[in-house]
Ligand binder design. Structure first.
Ligand code: GLA
Length: 387
């Protein structure tokens, strides 16, 4: 039986008036144009709504708190971030992670990746095939001709074993069996979410008993103005990347590392996401907007992004060589989010720290092979502040 910590959902004194709101800063039907000072603070989801059994295993919600200002809710179904509460420029708690109020839609809803850990291989592998040490492996293709995010049932759609280590840390483990989704080797994966100060830190560890490939990342859909609060195109984004990996029409990298200079992919200076999104650019056409891997320069902060309305700033640091910046181009409003909000078109962005897409087929890209006897480790941190 998983241990479930039900930390009290205490709200800051004086901010309780809106209790029973919708978990993203506004009660259903509220005038979301009202000034932020009148906004209702977001609350964490009801943990009991995540107690279920999926594939014969128990699911739960884990609440992370510390003495800082950020709170998080994580479920062991897909090792997902369900909620991330962050104070806005007026101190009002805002839920910046898209997600659902209960476990059901995570299992049955049309959107597969809200908050999820994706794997065994995050992003695409061309035609669902790769060779490792002379042997060809065949994966399920689930994205046109390619395999995306681990295949038909990736790591975001399985139940992990959860252990709450302390108030601010939860550890999730999953054993991906040899042959699962076509990948070789029993891969043991541990993902540790920790609230460290005002940051959510994600630690990854993986080990295998046969040579394999892996690319683990987190697929949280963020909206720093609050989940379900409209377009992210006015968020201001800075990515420390002088190059990116251009793609073909199926979003497989061509193998080149192109300079971002003079293109809509140059986010080296803070730039509104939407300011160049309609330019006549073949890469933007292939991605239907931004859906590209940026090659990170070696700098302390990989990405800085701020919400134009909330003033919430998120800084991403990582030891990974790339980050997939996805601007919500495939969102259609088909999903009902926490509090009845909709996941409208370009209503969120993802910053998936990762190795480059299709690395197993691209000899010039950094390797994603894990060998038996090795423990692969990685850390990505999403740190919050306000303007
Ligand atoms: C990644 C991919 C996108 C899309 C989203 C999920 O970011 O690169 O093309 O599949 O995941 O919708």
């Amino acid at each position: 039986m998983n241990k479930l910590f039900l930390a009290p959902l205490a709200l800051a004194a004086g901010l309780t008036a809106g209790c029973g709101g919708n978990g993203d800063g506004a009660p259903a039907g509220a005038d979301t144009t009202a000034s932020a000072s009148k906004a209702v603070p977001a609350t964490l989801p009801n943990a009991a709504a995540f107690n279920s059994t999926v594939d014969g295993k128990p699911t739960a919600l884990y609440i992370l708190k510390n003495s800082g200002k950020v709170q998080a809710a994580i479920t062991n179904y897909g090792a997902r971030v369900v909620s991330l509460l962050v104070p806005d420029k007026n101190g009002v708690l805002t839920d910046v992670a898209l997600g659902y109020d209960s476990i059901g839609p995570y299992v049955h809803g049309p959107e597969t990746y809200f908050g999820a850990i994706v794997g065994r291989y995050g992003n695409r592998i061309a035609k669902g095939k790769f060779k490792l040490n002379g042997k060809e492996y065949t994966l399920a293709t689930n994205n046109g001709p390619n395999s995306l995010h681990g295949g038909k049932k990736g790591f975001g759609a399985v139940v992990w074993d959860g252990k709450q280590v302390n108030d601010s840390t939860v550890e999730l483990t999953y054993l991906s069996k040899d042959g699962e989704e076509g990948y070789p080797g029993n891969l043991k994966v541990t993902v540790t979410y920790t609230l460290a100060g005002d940051a959510l830190q994600i630690g990854y560890e993986a080990s295998t008993d046969k040579a394999t490939v892996a690319n683990l990342t987190n697929h949280t859909y963020f909206n720093l103005n609050g989940q379900g609060s409209g377009t992210i195109n006015n968020h201001v984004l800075q990515i420390s990347a002088s190059r990116y990996t251009p793609v073909d029409s199926t979003l497989i990298p061509t193998g080149k590392l192109d300079s971002v200079a003079g293109t809509p992919f140059d986010f080296r200076q803070p730039t509104a996401i939407g300011s160049r999104i309609n330019q006549d650019n073949q890469q933007l056409k292939y991605g239907k907007g931004y859906d590209h891997n940026f090659v990170l320069d070696k700098s302390a902060t990989a990405v800085t992004i701020s919400g134009d309305q909330s003033g919430i700033v998120m800084k991403v640091t990582t030891d990974q060589p790339g980050v997939q910046f996805y601007g919500g181009n495939f969102m259609t409003g088909a999903n009902t989010l926490k509090g009845g909000k909709k996941d409208d078109y370009r209503g969120a962005f993802c910053l998936e720290t990762q190795h480059y897409p299709d690395s197993p087929n691209q000899p010039t890209f950094p390797s994603t092979e894990i060998k038996p006897g090795q423990t692969w480790k990685s850390t990505t941190t999403y740190e919050f502040s306000d303007r």
